[in-house]
Design a protein around this ligand. Structure first.
Ligand SMILES: CC(C)(COP(=O)(O)OP(=O)(O)OC[C@H]1O[C@@H](n2cnc3c(N)ncnc32)[C@H](O)[C@@H]1OP(=O)(O)O)[C@@H](O)C(=O)NCCC(=O)NCCS
Length: 189
């Protein structure tokens, strides 16, 4: 299957059961014990930036090809959190693809589209940066850089590390090497 046979869609509360099932399969039943989960527990994600990928069902009637019945095979979520000094930022994750759909560029598509939405959002100035506890090699091409001064509750388990990507309104400062993210643990909003 190529990426042409999937389409990206906004995630909504209706898509939550499918998102939870994909995350369970990808991170295991103990995933809620991870420290980073404390930042997400009991709060809604920032729905405007959360996406699902749906596998288009082959049908003769292409007029129905945007049907919500197309199965969800991947998802990405974002959460509103704060740096230790209370500056607002977005926390990325989970990003997960059904095991049998990996390695086809779906993760790249979800990241590229959601980051474009954030970069172009009218409320872009509401957040200073996007943080992730993730795999350095995977997220680096998307503008994330290691941020060892940041922590999530409970710490980060290797090989995951804290990474951060500045948003456009602070990017020029970042290029000049002037962005200093406050040291310490990310906090719930
Ligand atoms: C990690 C994951 C999201 C990648 O999604 P995917 O759709 O398989 O990745 P893509 O096909 O879009 O790959 C994009 C690029 O990243 C590379 N890549 C894929 N998985 C990678 C990984 N685990 N580490 C480093 N690079 C990876 C690919 O080789 C590809 O490189 P290329 O552009 O040079 O070809 C997916 O494998 C997954 O759901 N894993 C389990 C959950 C997880 O670990 N999520 C991420 C942590 S939040």
């Amino acid at each position: 299957m190529g990426v042409d046979s999937i389409r990206l869609d906004s995630a909504t509360p209706v898509t939550l059961p499918a998102i939870e099932a994909i995350n369970d399969l990808s991170f295991g039943p103990d995933r809620h014990r991870r420290g980073v989960h404390q930042l997400r527990q009991g709060v809604d994600p920032v729905w405007d930036y959360c996406l699902v990928a749906r596998k288009k069902r082959g049908r003769a009637d292409t007029a129905n090809s945007d049907s919500d019945s197309d199965p969800i095979i991947a998802c990405i979520q974002y959460w509103a959190v704060r740096f230790a000094d209370s500056t607002p930022c977005l926390l990325l994750g989970p990003l997960a693809i059904l095991p049998d759909q990996r390695g086809q560029g779906i993760g790249r598509q979800l990241l590229t589209e959601s980051l474009a939405r954030i970069d172009n959002a009218a409320d872009g100035g509401a957040y200073r940066a996007i943080a992730i506890s993730g795999d350095e090699m995977y997220y680096k091409p998307f503008g994330f850089a290691p941020a060892p001064q940041l922590r999530v509750p409970g710490g980060t388990t290797r090989p995951l590390i804290m990474m951060v990507r500045p948003l456009p309104f602070v990017e020029s400062t970042a290029r000049a090497g002037g962005v200093a993210y406050p040291e310490g643990e990310l906090q719930r909003c």
